[in-house]
Design a protein around this ligand. Structure first.
Ligand code: NAD
Ligand code: LMR
Length: 343
């Protein structure tokens, strides 16, 4: 076992996703069985008791990899020396709140947190934003940490959308989820996202499009299923979960955040996955936006620098239009935040 623990900070440590995350991280599901972990839970004063209670339960699990747990409402303490920051706590949208109000409220959270990460986090820090609106919150945090931390260290979670797309395809094709590779989520973690299966394959390299056509009775039927069922189902799955469960996704969101960090740290295993990363202009997406792309990782360390966008995929005109619509929404969110004087 490596001797020096990795400091992982979870914001919103008293909330639902925080609770679903911390036990799996402490059990080694994210960083592996050889890396001891020090957990730091950041909360606002109202959430401190819930986070403290979770810390008591962590102690009662006696996880061999967990060296210590700190609960704090001070961002400078929470991010001190952190190597992995999972920004989960956010201001939820409440009745009567306009989109601009939501962006402003979250800018008031992710700006100071980005600032604190820039000031006190470990030089190697990697940040994943889960709290919504995740892409734009990541943009704000990255800008606020600059120039201390390079902006490409900030990512936002679209792995949940990716996993949802894989789950839907597995059901439609009656195959195991692990058989499906190279699905791509493009754009924003919102209903405008584009879940793209044009490059997806099965283990024998059969294209998912061909398999769908065979199962559904031809190419036209497959195309109709993708447009009318699959894309809206994946893009609106968050709302479906809220309607059926009565509150937003928790365990699946935590699972996706663990997948995201594990693959960034240790490398992607089979083909591409999806993550929202800072655009360098790939596929015509304006530079600086935090946009979901096809990505791979060779891990973090001497051999690699985390997620890299897979370039050169062919997008037909319809796919380009769908990507553009989601990117337009990201531009509008960025402009709204700029208008607030935050960026
Ligand atoms: P929750 O309300 O149960 O927990 C959020 C916690 O964050 C609360 O305990 C709250 O006190 C805390 N918090 C608020 N402001 C904070 C701050 N400034 N610093 C530290 N903590 C703060 O919510 P949840 O179910 O855990 O969801 C958290 C976020 O994740 C929401 O924004 C939700 O919309 C989002 N989400 C994202 C995805 C995704 O795929 N990107 C999926 C599901 C949920
Ligand atoms: C999800 O995709 O489940 C969430 O982002 C939905 C939400 O609004 O919290």
């Amino acid at each position: 076992m490596a001797s020096e623990p990795t400091t992982v900070t979870i914001t919103g440590g008293g909330g639902q996703i925080g609770y679903a995350l911390m036990f799996r991280i402490a059990a080694g599901d994210m960083l592996g069985p050889d890396r001891p972990v020090r957990l730091r839970l950041l909360e606002i004063p109202q959430g401190m008791r819930a986070a403290e209670g979770a810390a008591l339960e962590l102690q009662d699990c006696a996880f061999p990899l967990l060296t210590d747990v700190d609960v704090t409402d001070d961002p400078l303490t929470a991010f001190n020396g952190t190597r992995i920051a999972m920004l989960v706590g956010a201001r939820p949208r409440t009745a009567g709140m306009e989109r601009g109000d939501l962006l402003a409220a979250n800018a008031g959270i992710f700006g100071p947190q980005g600032n604190a990460i820039g000031a006190v986090a470990d030089d190697s820090v990697r940040v994943v934003v889960v709290g919504n609106p995740a892409n734009t919150n990541a943009l704000i945090a990255a800008a606020s940490a600059s120039p201390d931390i390079p902006s490409e260290r900030f990512t936002a979670l679209t792995r949940l959308d990716h996993n949802r797309a894989v789950g839907q395809l597995a059901e439609a094709l009656d195959v195991a989820a692990g058989d499906i590779a190279d699905v791509v989520i493009w754009g924003n973690h919102s209903a405008t996202q584009f879940p793209d299966v044009a490059h997806a394959i099965l283990p024998d390299a059969t294209s998912v499009l061909e398999a769908l056509a065979e199962r559904l009775g031809g190419e036209a039927a497959a195309a109709a299923w993708l447009d009318d069922v699959f894309i809206p189902r994946v893009a609106k799955r968050g709302a479906e979960i809220i309607e059926v469960r009565g509150s937003s996704s928790v365990a699946s969101a935590a699972n996706a955040a663990i997948d995201h960090v594990r693959d960034e740290q240790h490398g992607t295993r089979r083909g591409m996955t999806s993550a929202a990363v800072v655009s360098r202009g790939e596929y015509g997406v304006p530079e600086g936006l935090v946009c979901s792309f096809p990505v791979t990782s060779r891990g973090v360390g001497s051999h690699g620098g985390g997620y890299e966008v897979v370039e050169g995929l062919d997008l037909d005109a319809r796919a380009r239009a769908r990507v553009a619509a989601s990117v337009d929404e990201l531009v509008a969110e960025r402009d709204a935040v700029r208008a607030l004087g935050v960026l």
